[in-house]
Design a protein around this ligand. Structure first.
Ligand SMILES: C[S@@+](CC[C@H](N)C(=O)[O-])C[C@H]1O[C@@H](n2cnc3c(N)ncnc32)[C@H](O)[C@@H]1O
Ligand code: SF4
Length: 379
């Protein structure tokens, strides 16, 4: 049997501006700290590898943020070299970098490619000027398309485009027009998530004060179903509820998350999982740097996962995948799984299917996923 593979997530906590809706850990205007951060991040990777056994082959690296494309090619190269030095990377390792349109000039893209980045994820979000303005994005529609074309022209063969829907005042027509433009660009992958109102964000305060009214749940669901139908009819497989791939271009890194596989995580606020235990790094750049300067781990918290926690997580993540969850995986965690699942399944007959091989959600089940999960979770 081949060895189980795992992923590595690296969090880069810098952005030019903070978007009103974003709850990911990032800070602005810290250019002077980026070099020191890179050095401490590399120290974290080396320290962790010395202190913890992680006996998996690495087949994906995801450099996310924040805005990783803000780093210089030299800084990015150093991070990749350190990972390469201490972990066993598979030769065809998928290495993704998140880049913001308008903030990744051609010359930088070329250097990123030379460093080994073989997948780019571009945060378009929308192509409508008024919606980009509402989201406080600092790029234009033309810059998004230009960054995409630059990346293609210099030979990036695997490009994802991130989109957001259910933005206040966004009509289905606007979304359709954006998707029409995007499919003409022919990306390898499209992620489309509904705009969520995260606590602590400016959007949250705007909604609470009635300055902004979010679309109703039914409208949100209809937008998701529209995106799924549109992209499916244009040859993008909806392999996950919000993720769509041209043939053979599924995101291997995110599949690790949805399959509840192990993954390492580095950088402030990053969290990792080794199959039994989860851990979280401190969510503060200052604290992160302080600890590493003293050769201390930036892990803030960790917990051992119980069987029931793992079982529930496998359901939570795995039912998002079109192919669902392998029955063997469920069995390996919980031998009573069939009895417990059957109890919940009878109620959701045509919405979730259990056969000899897998447990999966049908298209009819998508609107009911949260309620189905509540019925299937175990204590
Ligand atoms: C955290 S960002 C990092 C990448 C890059 N800085 C960008 O903005 O594209 C990753 C993705 O999460 C999305 N995202 C962040 N907060 C969100 C929210 N509240 N609702 C939906 N998508 C969100 C972003 O728009 C982006 O596509
Ligand atoms: S959405 Fe991206 S650019 Fe905007 S604040 Fe979040 S990480 Fe930064």
């Amino acid at each position: 049997m081949s060895k189980q593979t795992a992923g590595i997530y690296v969090h880069i906590p810098f952005c030019k501006v903070k978007c009103i809706y974003c709850d990911f850990y990032s800070i602005t205007e810290q250019e002077h700290q980026r070099e020191h951060f890179t050095n401490m991040l590399c120290k974290e990777i080396e320290l962790y590898s010395k202190q913890h056994q992680f006996d998996f082959n690495i087949d994906t690296i995801f450099i996310g943020g924040g805005t990783p494309s803000i780093l210089t090619p030299f800084q990015l190269n150093k991070i990749l070299e350190t990972l390469n030095k201490v972990y066993k990377l598979e030769s065809n390792c998928e290495i993704t970098l998140e880049a913001n349109p308008g903030e990744a000039p051609l010359i930088k893209l070329k250097s990123f490619k030379s460093s080994g980045i073989n997948r780019l994820s571009l945060g378009f979000q929308s192509l409508q000027p008024e919606l980009l303005k509402f989201l406080t994005r600092i790029h234009t529609r033309d810059q998004a398309i230009e960054t995409y074309n630059n990346a293609r022209n210099i030979g990036f063969e695997n490009i994802n485009i991130d989109m957001i829907f259910s933005i206040p005042n966004q009509t289905q027509k606007m979304l359709e027009s954006d998707l029409q433009t995007i499919i003409k660009l022919a990306p390898n992958h499209i992620s489309a998530y509904s705009l969520t109102v995260e606590s602590g964000t400016k959007l949250n305060r705007m909604v609470k004060k009635n300055i902004t009214i979010m679309p109703k749940d039914d409208d949100d669901l209809n937008m998701l179903l529209f995106v799924r139908k549109f992209l499916s009819t244009h040859n993008f497989t909806p392999y996950e509820i919000s993720n769509f791939a041209a043939a053979g271009n599924e995101c291997k890194h995110n599949i690790h998350y949805w399959k509840s596989d192990p993954y390492l995580a580095f950088g402030p606020s990053a969290h990792g999982f080794n199959g039994n235990q989860r851990w979280w790094n401190v969510r503060s750049l200052d604290e992160y740097l302080k600890r590493l300067e003293k050769n201390k781990s930036p892990i803030n918290q960790s917990e051992l996962t119980s069987n029931s926690m793992r079982f529930n997580e496998i359901l939570l993540n795995g039912l998002r995948l079109k192919n669902g969850i392998s029955v063997n995986k469920l069995k390996s965690i919980n031998s009573k799984y069939k009895l417990e699942l059957n109890h919940g399944l009878t109620k959701w007959r045509d919405k979730i299917i259990l056969n000899e091989k897998s447990l999966y959600l049908t298209d009819k089940g998508i609107p009911f996923l949260d309620s189905i999960l509540l019925d299937l979770f175990i204590d």
